[in-house]
Ligand binder design. Structure first.
Ligand SMILES: CC(C)(COP(=O)(O)OP(=O)(O)OC[C@H]1O[C@@H](n2cnc3c(N)ncnc32)[C@H](O)[C@@H]1OP(=O)(O)O)[C@@H](O)C(=O)NCCC(=O)NCCS
Length: 158
């Protein structure tokens, strides 16, 4: 585990195709969400400290080194929005997601942000628990947001 750490990620549109494929397959297996290369490229995530990759240094720079992604972006004047958050199943529930979350909160507060929000599938109760523990609540139902149906917008203070 000593060779695994969160690092700053790249802008989605600049990622090599094999990295996009790795991200696609992680999303599909862990969230059931289908991304295409184009939809990954179109995510408006800048290169900033809210763009993080969980990397196994021993396998870097192969796409297999990528074990997780947290993609957040500034939202309005005072907010931050998480557009994508996923870990390879083998690395879930070990504290890695919490670590990335804490870092995002820290840098967002330092930038003067006061709210954090995201969208999550209604059926994804595990992720909702993770966010509730961190002070977010469901503020809106999003019918048809996902191919599979209902989504929730969750939001909380920073
Ligand atoms: C949701 C997700 C990003 C959370 O990341 P994670 O690394 O699994 O979360 P953590 O391990 O940091 O925290 C989850 C729980 O694991 C437990 N945990 C933390 N460190 C632990 C450790 N070392 N050993 C065992 N359990 C631990 C904690 O009890 C924590 O509970 P808490 O939320 O009450 O603090 C991740 O589970 C994931 O990728 N899920 C699938 C994709 C998904 O649903 N994404 C969200 C879409 S909106």
């Amino acid at each position: 585990m000593v060779n695994i750490q969160w690092m700053y990620g790249h802008e989605p549109k600049t990622l090599p195709d094999d990295w996009k494929e790795k991200i696609q397959s992680m999303f599909l297996s862990e969230t059931g969400e289908e991304y295409t290369h184009e939809s990954i490229s179109n995510l408006p995530i800048p290169q900033w400290s809210g763009n993080m990759f969980l990397i196994d240094q021993e396998q870097y720079p192969t796409p297999e080194s990528l074990l997780g992604v947290l993609w957040a972006l500034p939202h309005g004047q005072n907010g931050v929005r998480i557009a994508a958050f996923v870990l390879d199943s083998k690395y879930q529930s070990c504290g890695w997601g919490g670590k990335a979350w804490d870092h995002l909160v820290e840098i967002s507060r330092a930038a003067g942000k006061i709210t954090i929000q995201l969208e999550v599938k209604a059926e994804n109760s595990r992720a909702q628990e993770f966010y509730k523990t961190r002070g977010l609540t469901v503020v809106k139902e999003l019918p048809h947001y996902y191919k599979s149906g209902l989504g929730y917008e969750m939001k909380g203070p920073l």
